[in-house]
Design a protein around this ligand. Structure first.
Ligand code: CA
Length: 227
């Protein structure tokens, strides 16, 4: 779905997406965008920030109450991106105009390779998972510990979602990289350890000796029960 009031840009993006095999729906204002999204249930939403009716922030907020679509927000100025990230409106990626449609298509392909737990066609994995005092809601991308929301970065959440989807499986660092980043990602596999470290701290494993993410020696990591 393309939400953009600049009709020439909307058409251009629609053409690129169709060429990549997507079914495209275009909305030219924010109110219509929300209405249409309820009907077409898009997988990906390319969302302009500056829109008549509702602005992109409000559209994204409303979208998030019923949709788990990937959202790429388009902004007119690069300094708006930091503000948007700070507002945590729930977009997955941001691009500043003018941008190359080809680059946008490349980013979409990378996004689609990331696991999206709770996608509308995977009812089972969309259900909240509980590990002792820890609850993970893949659909809302929320995590609670003893009833309190735990603020996680996107990558931390994705790691936790992958581990908790198959709690009995020990994942290697490479498997986690492929699931969370991209199979073509080239970098230090120990980046996984850094994110797992942050995740463990946020889940309070130091303070109360609970272990939600266990180290499997010689392999990598697996989900723990929090005991
Ligand atoms: Ca606009």
């Amino acid at each position: 779905m393309v939400v953009e009031d600049e009709t020439s840009l909307a058409t251009l993006l629609g053409n690129y997406l169709e060429r990549d095999g997507f079914d495209v729906t275009v909305a030219n204002d924010g109110l219509k965008a929300v209405e249409i999204a309820r009907v077409v249930d898009p997988d990906i939403v390319i969302l302009d920030l500056g829109l008549p009716g509702l602005d992109g922030i409000e559209v994204c907020r409303q979208l998030r109450t019923f949709s788990n679509a990937y959202v790429v927000m388009l902004t007119a100025r690069s300094d708006e991106i930091d503000t948007l990230i700070g507002l945590s409106v729930g977009a997955d990626d941001y691009m500043t105009k003018p941008f190359s449609p080809r680059e946008l298509m490349a980013r979409i392909q990378v996004m689609l390779r990331r696991p999206r737990n709770g996608a509308p066609n995977t009812i089972d994995t969309a259900q909240a998972r509980t590990f002792g005092p820890l609850t993970i809601d893949p659909l809302g991308r929320d995590v609670w510990l003893a009833g309190e929301a735990v603020p996680l970065t996107r990558t931390e959440f994705d790691l936790l979602a992958v581990l908790s989807e198959r709690p009995s499986m020990a994942f290697s660092r490479q498997q986690l990289i492929e699931a969370v980043w991209d199979s073509n990602w080239v970098g230090d596999p120990h980046l996984v350890d850094v994110h797992i470290g942050h995740l463990r701290r946020k889940l309070g494993s130091d303070a109360d000796h609970t272990e939600f993410i266990r180290t499997v020696r010689g392999v990598g990591y697996r989900m723990g029960t929090g005991e």
